[in-house]
Each structure stands twice: as structure tokens, then as C-alpha cells.
Design a protein around this ligand. Structure first.
Ligand code: PLP
Length: 436
């Protein structure tokens, strides 16, 4: 209640927009993740690493539109590419094949050697939906294995997690969303994102009807898999001829340019990408084995697996995405983002230690998050930890550090030394204010 009052006073324009939105849209947002209490802020302008909200407050942006803007807001090369395409072709979209499609596929194949073939979609959700459908069709089996807490978008088959049955101690899949059909629960095996020994028995038990295994090779984009898990999954799925899908929508072009598959040195059968690939415009990618992807070819002699989309491969996303990848290919560009991420993390950790705040950081490459120090990264923050994190996140926001609604940090090529210094100042003030 206090927060509501305080924020209505501090952010009157955002509050008014929220009140208007909530009267005509569920929760006032067009995606459940966008809501945070007491109400989400609205923004009107951005440039580089900075965003300005509708009340005129300026922030250093670490949210970067769910991590997608790895060149920051309005990068000149992205702007130019999009404006040029619009100017030359006189339209935003043809809905027909386009010369930039093959160019995009070629570039993606250079970064991701596991891509023998590629299909483009409009979002990460559509990419994981297509990848799972392809894998199940390829094997002719019914069950999907997914990992506890891993996010693959909001389609039926990936919105399940585990609850432990208090009597049998068996993990039972429970829907994360209201309104899922029962067959989804019956056809999904939810695995713990723990060591291989805790996954193997579940996989073995269901292997005869298992058609695909999907995972975020780093949960939430920043929690690396427990040692050996990814390698063992690769071996086991290969032995059992079950396609392994890496959902790299978050980790692609962020953990390293070649994604988590490059980091682990493991080649999945199918990979999904999104976010960074579209340079701030909608996109999704399914790449991988020709043998599996060809199931959706209209040239197939038997009925193909149907896949379509009005805006698939739309020229605006391709122009922005290709400009982004050209920039990322510049020698040293990505390494500098990694180095700045490291400096920010190191600074936060030192401040946390100094103020005995109890936080450390976790992540690889250009993304990280704060986790409670001394706790295994997979353990859920306790009630106390969650409250402390909430307080910290609001103090940071009030001091011009924006990471809502995920409170995870993604960096870009335009976060400079001064931004990092300002952010560390905000952390220092927040840690001091909380007086741990
Ligand atoms: N998979 C992962 C790992 C994601 O992080 C996300 C989005 O956050 C998705 C899939 C869904 O992508 P989109 O929001 O583009 O549909």
C-alpha cells in the first residue's frame, strides 16, 4: 500500500497510463511478465544505453527489451539499415521470399555450425513450438522432456513444472498456466535441472515414448547447467536417437557469439534463437539437422509438417538483425561487452562484500543476475532473500538503474565506463540504504 502511494506520487504519468490500460486490457499489460507491483512504468524515449520514462526520469537500461538490444537503443547502423530497406523497396513487407533471407541464414550458419538448415519465425515462442513439433514428428513419439523452471515461451507443452507429490515423493508435472489441456500434462516429463544422476532415471523410464528433450542450456540465460549435465544429455539422447533441442533464445549471441553450444562444446540437433537476431525487431529461428527440418518442406513427397507465418522473414527484422550481426562481428566488439559485464559484476560483488549485503553475481558472457552468496544458485531465494531482492530492485530503479521486470542484467556495446560507474554508485547507495 505504501509503495502504491509513493509510486503514484513519484510516477504520476505512468500511473495514469496504467489506470487507463487496466480498464481495457487484462492487468493493463500485453504480456504477463510485463507487470510488476505496484504498476509498470511506461517509457517514451531511448538512446544508446539510456531510457526516459513518461515522467521524465532517465535510466541506464539493463533490461534492453528482454536482452534483445545488444547494440543498445537506436544504434545508427540498425537505424540506417532499416531506413534504407524501407526507402529502396518502398514497403515494409512483401510476404514473399526475399534476398535477405538467404543472407541471414548464411550468417547464422557461420556463427552456429550445427545449423545445416534454418527456418525463420516471428518470435522465440514460435521457434520452440516448431522445434518441438519437428522433433516429435521426426521420432513419431508423443512425449517431451523439459527442465524444471526453464522458460520456452507461452505455448502449451512447455508451460509445465514439477511439484513433488508429498506421499510418493514422485515429481508430478503441474501446469504453470490455467487453461492447459490434460494431454499436455500426460505427455510431458519434467526433469530437475540438477546433476545427471537425478535426470537419468526419469529419462530411462520414459525413453520408449520420448520424442524430444528441450532445455535452456543456461537457465534464465544466466544459470549454467550443473557440471556434466549437458554432455551426458547429449550422449544419452544420441544413444537413444532422441533429438536434443537447445533453446538459445536468451543465450544466443549473449553467452558467446556462438551461444551456449559454443561455450559447452556440445552440438544439439535443433536450436532455437530469437531476441538479438532480430536487432530489436520480432524474430525467431529454428536451426539444426537438415534431416529433421526437411520435414516441414513443401517439397516433401509425403504430407509436410505445416509451418507458416505472415511475417516470417520480414525485411525489417532481417535488415536490423543483419546490421546487428555485422556490428557484433567487428573484432573486439563482443569482447568489450563481456569485459564491461565482468567489471560491473566485480564492482557489485566488492560493494556487496563491503556492505555485507550478501549478494554475488552469476552468469556467463554478457548476462548476469544477482544471487544470494553462499547459496547454491539453483535454490530458490528464501522469503527473506526475496524481500531483500525486491527492496534492492526498487532502490536501484529509483536511482536510475532499470532492470525491470526480470531484474536480470544484460549489457550492450554502448554501456560505457561512465554507465558502469553510475550503476555502481546506485548499488552503493542502495546497499548503504538497506544497512544490512
Ligand atoms: N525461450 C527463451 C529461453 C526465452 O528467454 C524466451 C523469451 O524470453 C522465449 C523462448 C520466448 O521468446 P519470445 O518472447 O520471443 O516469444
Amino acid at each position: 500500500k505504501d509503495l502504491q502511494q509513493r509510486y503514484r506520487q513519484r510516477y504520476p504519468a505512468s500511473a495514469a497510463l496504467y489506470d487507463e490500460a487496466v480498464a481495457q486490457t487484462p492487468g493493463g499489460v500485453h504480456g504477463n511478465l510485463r507487470h510488476y507491483p505496484p504498476f509498470p512504468l511506461s517509457f517514451k524515449r531511448a538512446e544508446g544505453a539510456r531510457m526516459i520514462d513518461v515522467d521524465g526520469y532517465t535510466y541506464t537500461d539493463y533490461f534492453l527489451s528482454y536482452g534483445s538490444l545488444i547494440l543498445g537503443h537506436g544504434h545508427p547502423s540498425v537505424r540506417e539499415a532499416v531506413e534504407k530497406v524501407w526507402q529502396i523497396q518502398g514497403t515494409s513487407s512483401f510476404g514473399t521470399p526475399h534476398p535477405m533471407e538467404s543472407e541471414m541464414v548464411k550468417v547464422l550458419r557461420e556463427f552456429y555450425p550445427s545449423f545445416e538448415s534454418v527456418r525463420l519465425t516471428n518470435s522465440g515462442l514460435e521457434a520452440t513450438l516448431l522445434a518441438v513439433r519437428l522433433a516429435l514428428a521426426y521420432t513419431g513419439r508423443t512425449h517431451l522432456a523439459k527442465f524444471q523452471g526453464h522458460y520456452h515461451g507461452s505455448h502449451d507443452q512447455v508451460l509445465l513444472n514439477i511439484h513433488i507429490d508429498p506421499r510418493s515423493r514422485e515429481p508430478i508435472p503441474v501446469a504453470d498456466s490455467f487453461g492447459l489441456p490434460d494431454y499436455v500434462k500426460e505427455h510431458t516429463v519434467v526433469l530437475p535441472f540438477g546433476d545427471w544422476e537425478s535426470c537419468e532415471p526419469l529419462l530411462e523410464r520414459h525413453k520408449n515414448h520420448m520424442g524430444a528433450v528441450i532445455l535452456e542450456p543456461m537457465m534464465g540465460g544466466y544459470v549454467p547447467a550443473p557440471t556434466g549435465l549437458v554432455q551426458n544429455l547429449r550422449r544419452w539422447t544420441q544413444e537413444n536417437n532422441i533429438p536434443l533441442i537447445f533453446d538459445e533464445v536468451k543465450t544466443g549471441f549473449r553467452v558467446s557469439l556462438g551461444g551456449a553450444q559454443e561455450y559447452y562444446g556440445v552440438k544439439p540437433d535443433l536450436t532455437t534463437l530469437g531476441k538479438v537476431v532480430g536487432g530489436g525487431f520480432p524474430i525467431g529461428v529454428v536451426g539444426g539437422k537438415q534431416e529433421i527440418l526437411s520435414l516441414c518442406s513443401p517439397l516433401r513427397s509425403q504430407q509436410p509438417l505445416f509451418h507458416s507465418g505472415t511475417y516470417n522473414g520480414n525485411p525489417m527484422s532481417l535488415a536490423a538483425g543483419l546490421a546487428t550481426m555485422r556490428q557484433l562481428s567487428q573484432p573486439g566488439y563482443f569482447d568489450t561487452i563481456v569485459e564491461n559485464t565482468r567489471k560491473l559484476r566485480e564492482g557489485i560483488e566488492q560493494l556487496s562484500e563491503h556492505y555485507r549485503a550478501g549478494w554475488t553475481t552469476l552468469g556467463v558472457g554478457t548476462i548476469f543476475n544477482l544471487v544470494e552468496s553462499g547459496e547454491p544458485p539453483l535454490s530458490k531465494a528464501s522469503g527473506d532473500g526475496r524481500l531483500r531482492r525486491l527492496q534492492l530492485d526498487y532502490l536501484l530503479m529509483e536511482r536510475g538503474v532499470f532492470s525491470k521486470p526480470m531484474n536480470r542484467f544484460s549489457l550492450s556495446g554502448v554501456h560505457e565506463a561512465q554507465d558502469i560507474e553510475n550503476t555502481l554508485k546506485a548499488f552503493e547507495q542502495a546497499f548503504a540504504a538497506l544497512a544490512y
